[in-house]
Design a protein around this ligand. Structure first.
Ligand SMILES: [Zn+2]
Length: 65
């Protein structure tokens, strides 16, 4: 039940370039030297990757950190 509510909220937060954990705007992109992707580390330590194709953030995979 709760999952059904959280997933759309997280998708909405990401579409607004906001952290799904704390809701803060994701700013201060840096370039990942390994992959060349733009990444942002939130103040709550969650790491996001900017998807150039979709023009939005997504959570970084463990292999990308
Ligand atoms: Zn956060």
């Amino acid at each position: 039940m709760l999952k059904n509510i959280i997933a759309p909220v997280q998708a909405w937060l990401l579409s607004q370039n906001r952290c799904v954990g704390c809701g803060k705007p994701l700013v201060g992109k840096t370039q990942n030297k390994k992959s060349g992707q733009a990444v942002v580390t939130c103040i709550c330590k969650r790491i996001y990757v900017f998807d150039d194709v979709k023009k939005r953030f997504r959570r970084a995979l463990v292999t990308e950190i």
